[in-house]
Design a protein around this ligand. Structure first.
Ligand code: MSP
Length: 698
């Protein structure tokens, strides 16, 4: 039987799910649905990576055991997968793999044993005991990596611990090493298969890395240093290196080293897998993982495909500190799952970095979905309801009406449009197979445009006025409806919900999930069949309203930074009294109420905000404070706020501050913000209840 196995990385159980996680799951889910649609027995894995020092640390910080920490994060992941329709119940993943599963321990121990017995291609032992050397902090009781210590000022001095500010000790501990250096040639020959590591640019990077020479890899730590992990078989004083353990999940999940799992899923049945990974973890997947498998005599993966990173709309890395992350609960609240899935696949050219912003998402959803596919679907079906008594009309223009039809400019030869769509289908499937999702979707939208044009040119509303043109009208609407049927089948893996809805509105039974797009034949839509109730599939999003809701609901920067390992995603921001308490420390003298009354504080709403050229810190805003004209205000907050995120937001303005010129612009007031931390980070004051612009604060 034809089978297929696709995996996402398994995510660290020390931080809550974010857009990066959601993205890879959406890609894997779309691939899996496309395979299932073609009748291929498909297995889709996602899950969590639950061992290692970082999870131990997160657990300690949150007063949990490491397993409790993992369970806690997993509960957020499963909530996310359910809310975004990616879990088994919604036709998504087949397993949520957890490396704390006992069967995983068994499987990973089996792989270790095989590697331990293996000889390298150069005839050496693949695994050997040596010494791991590193900088150790006694008070922390752990080794420190380069980004965890302060480099010494004087050469020869030891580095110091960033936490304790004490010198680190150079310590060497016993460790198992994997003889990676003996696998250079074997790996290089594996990379000769051009589709093994993709895309091409990444493959070249991996090849040069390996050609540059490989160092043997430390694959265990003493239990006294890292205890949260899989014990080394027959030597429990050692804990396996977390990447050895984590990578192996891809085979233990389907039955490697465990009878029960083997029976339930089947290693031989599904292996090898296509691994989807972010480019930041490509080396682990494309160098270490194949080398471990080569040593153990296990077949190499089908492919390792690296995707790019999501950046903010200005091309900057997303980070909590910059406050430019995309929050999953905001996505979930304001956008349909299908719009998010479509945006993810359409906007990121697979393999390259992409830019993700709420505004961009709204624009795409409105142009491509509401005005594009959604409009095509509703105009076609509404006309079928109105002009054809809600039944799929006949595609045939009788001989005696052909001349008449031709006079309207309608192409009487149905095979023209059928040929166009067939060609587009083939291109779509080819791009999809090559994981060029953005191009595949572009191709599908060329069909939307073509059919839209056919309708607009034929003017069915005019044809309907002439009884003699009834067959022409029917033929045009049939072609539109049949094209729509093809589009729903093609697009089903990307937008399962919306395509299912269009399918039912077309009056089709079953689901496009079970129609093989490669077997679509023009004309399978039965004329005479009743269509379903016509309903909008992609309602238009009101951009100003939605942006203002998103911005108003935006969490203060310090709240989103809170304890990524422990805080629930919806945890309310810490109470504002934090700021006033801190400020109170600095109070030296008191003012009279009249002094305060001199300050004219008003409620304002940001109408526009943009960066000031050549001024990194300044934003130029137009703010409505209830006067005839909006105020122009400059604020030194550009390093902390995305201008577009401020639009629609309610703010507090000092309205009677003497105007002054900054960088050639007059600033007619001041935005009130709290300021904290050494760098004086601003947090703009706002309101949690509705309040009209211009209202005074007193
Ligand atoms: N636990 C390891 C993987 C082990 S697989 C055997 C790990 N986990 S992770 O939680 O850090 O998840 C990383 C995945 O999320 C990577 O594929 C990474 O590329 C992806 N992303 C993290 N931030 C991202 C973006 N901003 N954009 C897209 N993907 C991003 O690494």
């Amino acid at each position: 039987m034809n089978t297929f196995y696709v995996t996402t990385p398994i995510y660290y159980a020390n931080s809550l799910p974010h857009l990066g996680h959601l993205y890879t799951m959406i890609v894997a889910d779309s691939i899996a649905r496309a395979k299932k649609q073609r009748g291929i027995d498909t297995y889709f894995l996602t899950g969590t990576d639950e061992h290692g020092i970082n999870i131990e640390r997160a657990a300690e910080k949150n007063g949990r055991t490491p397993k409790e920490q993992a369970d806690y994060v997993v509960s957020y992941f499963t909530r996310m997968t359910s809310e975004f329709g990616l879990d088994t119940e919604h036709g998504g993943y087949d397993i949520f793999m957890r490396t704390t599963e006992p069967f995983h321990y068994e499987g990973v121990s089996e792989l270790w044993r095989r590697v331990a017995k293996a000889k390298t291609p150069h005839g050496n032992d693949a695994l050997y005991k040596g010494h791991y050397e590193g900088w150790f902090c006694a008070p922390c009781a752990e080794y420190k990596t380069e980004d965890e210590y302060q480099k010494p000022k004087n050469e020869g001095d030891p580095p110091t611990c960033l936490i304790h500010d004490t010198p680190l000790d150079r310590v060497s501990e016993e460790s198992y090493f994997f003889r990676l250096s003996d696998y250079e040639e074997a790996l290089l020959s594996a990379y000769e298969r051009p589709d093994f590591v993709r895309p091409e640019a990444r493959r070249n990077e991996v090849i040069s890395f390996v050609r540059g020479g490989l160092q043997d890899l430390s694959v265990s730590r003493l239990k006294t240093s890292v205890s949260w992990g899989v014990p080394v078989p027959d030597d429990p004083a050692h804990t396996m290196y977390v990447w050895f353990d984590a990578l192996t999940n891809y085979i233990t999940a389907i039955g490697f080293g465990n009878e029960e799992r083997q029976k339930a899923v089947g290693f031989e049945k599904f292996w090898p897998a296509l691994h989807l990974v972010g480019k930041d973890i490509l080396r682990f997947h494309a160098v270490y993982w194949p080398a471990f498998l080569l040593a153990a005599g296990v077949e190499l993966p089908r492919a390792i495909v690296a995707h790019g990173m999501w950046l903010d709309p200005n091309g900057r890395k997303m980070s909590k500190t910059l406050g430019n992350t995309i929050e999953l609960d905001v996505l979930q609240k304001h956008f349909s799952i299908d719009a998010i899935r479509y945006f993810c696949l359409r906007e990121m050219v697979f393999g390259q970095d992409g830019r993700f912003g709420y505004e961009g998402l709204i624009d795409r959803a409105n142009s491509d979905l509401a005005s594009g596919l959604g409009n095509l679907s509703s105009r076609t079906l509404t006309m079928i309801a109105r002009y054809c008594d809600s039944r799929i009309p006949s595609p045939v223009i009788p001989e005696d009406k052909l001349l008449l039809a031709k006079r309207t400019g309608v192409d009487t030869d149905e095979t023209t449009i059928a040929g166009f769509i067939e060609h587009a289908r083939n291109q779509f499937l080819l791009h999809f197979e090559n994981l060029a999702f953005s191009r595949a979707l572009e191709t599908a939208w060329s069909v939307v445009a073509r059919v839209d044009k056919m309708i607009t040119d034929a003017k069915p509303w005019d044809l309907a006025k002439d009884e003699n043109q009834k067959p022409t009208l029917s033929a045009v609407l049939y072609r539109a409806a049949e094209s729509l049927r093809w589009l729903t089948v093609l697009l089903h893996p990307v937008m399962p919900g919306a395509t299912h809805a269009i399918w039912s509105q077309l009056g089709m039974e079953g689901s496009p999930a079970h129609i093989n797009p490669a077997e679509l034949k023009w004309g399978q839509l039965k004329d005479g069949a009743a269509i379903g109730e016509v309903q909008p599939v992609f309602p238009r999003i009101d951009k100003v309203k939605t942006m203002s809701e998103i911005n108003a609901g935006e969490k203060p920067v310090h709240a989103t930074e809170a304890d990524t390992a422990g805080a629930p995603a919806t945890q309310p921001a810490p109470p504002m009294t934090h700021a006033t308490e801190a400020d109170a420390v600095g109070v030296t003298s008191f003012i009279e109420i009249d002094d305060f009354a001199k300050v004219d504080l008003r409620v304002g709403q940001v109408l526009s905000a943009e960066r000031v050229p050549k001024a990194d810190k300044l934003l130029l805003m137009k703010v409505d404070i209830g006067e005839e004209q909006p105020r122009q205000i400059l604020a030194g907050i550009a390093q902390y706020y995305e201008p577009e995120k401020l639009v629609g937001r309610k703010v507090v303005i000092v309205a009677n501050l003497k105007p002054r010129k900054l960088r050639g612009y007059e600033s007619q007031g001041m935005v009130v913000a709290a300021s904290y931390g050494e760098e004086g980070r601003p947090v703009i004051a706002t309101f949690t209840e509705d309040v009209p612009n211009g209202a005074r604060l007193k």
